[in-house]
Design a protein around this ligand. Structure first.
Ligand code: G3H
Length: 198
């Protein structure tokens, strides 16, 4: 791979209401991000002189990433392995709602966010394992890849390339409406730049 760009989907209707999971469409702000993203990306690609033709866009199978990538003029691939962490019985709830209805679950997650598995859902450890095939393909890929995905899965992908220890993964900063550019260095590590897009 040459460069890897990472971005979360634009703000979704669920994000706006503070709900986790689900499969909602973008909010108006998120929609705006989807329109601003091609310009921001093309600007970065021209700086690095990557041929615009050798770029691929990978999304999850959820509406909010597909909608975010909609205006990117590159071939697209959908990965189920890039879908957001499955919050199981807590899907569609707010964090406050979870703390109220399932206080033991909320406390267990706070204690060990890396290993905590939502009932009928996944843990960060599960997600780290699940994204492995994506990472193998990213390593093989000779094109620049733009990964449009979700907070938890992007923490896992980012951590692999930036050598973040597992314990730190669940709390990595992964803000909305930000393009993260990872550039391979001669020593085999990646350097990182972040570009807020608004
Ligand atoms: O719905 C999932 C969130 O994007 C993941 O965030 O793991 O910090 O709760 P969290």
């Amino acid at each position: 791979v040459r460069k890897i760009f990472l971005t979360r989907h634009g703000e979704s209707q669920y994000n706006q209401k503070g709900l986790i999971g689900g499969n909602s469409s973008l909010s108006e702000r998120g929609e705006k991000y989807s329109r601003a993203l091609p310009g921001a990306l093309l600007e970065r690609l021209s700086v690095s002189q990557d041929e615009p033709l050798s770029v691929a866009v990978w999304t999850s199978t959820l509406k909010r990433t597909i909608e975010t990538a909609r205006f990117l003029p590159f071939p697209k691939l959908r990965w189920k392995a890039l879908d957001e962490i499955n919050a199981g019985i807590c899907d569609g709830m707010t964090y406050e709602g979870i703390a109220e209805k399932y206080p033991d679950e909320a406390a267990a997650r706070k204690r060990d966010k890396l290993r905590y598995r939502y009932p009928a859902g996944e843990s960060y450890m599960d997600v780290i394992q699940r994204v492995e095939p994506v990472i193998i393909e990213l390593e093989r890929e000779r094109e620049t890849v733009v990964v449009v995905a979700h907070q938890a899965v992007l923490r896992a992908v980012y951590a692999y390339f930036m050598n973040v220890p597992p314990e730190d993964i669940p709390r990595l900063a992964m803000p909305l409406h930000t393009l993260i550019e990872l550039t391979p260095m001669p020593d085999g590590t990646m350097s990182e730049q972040r570009f807020p897009v608004d």
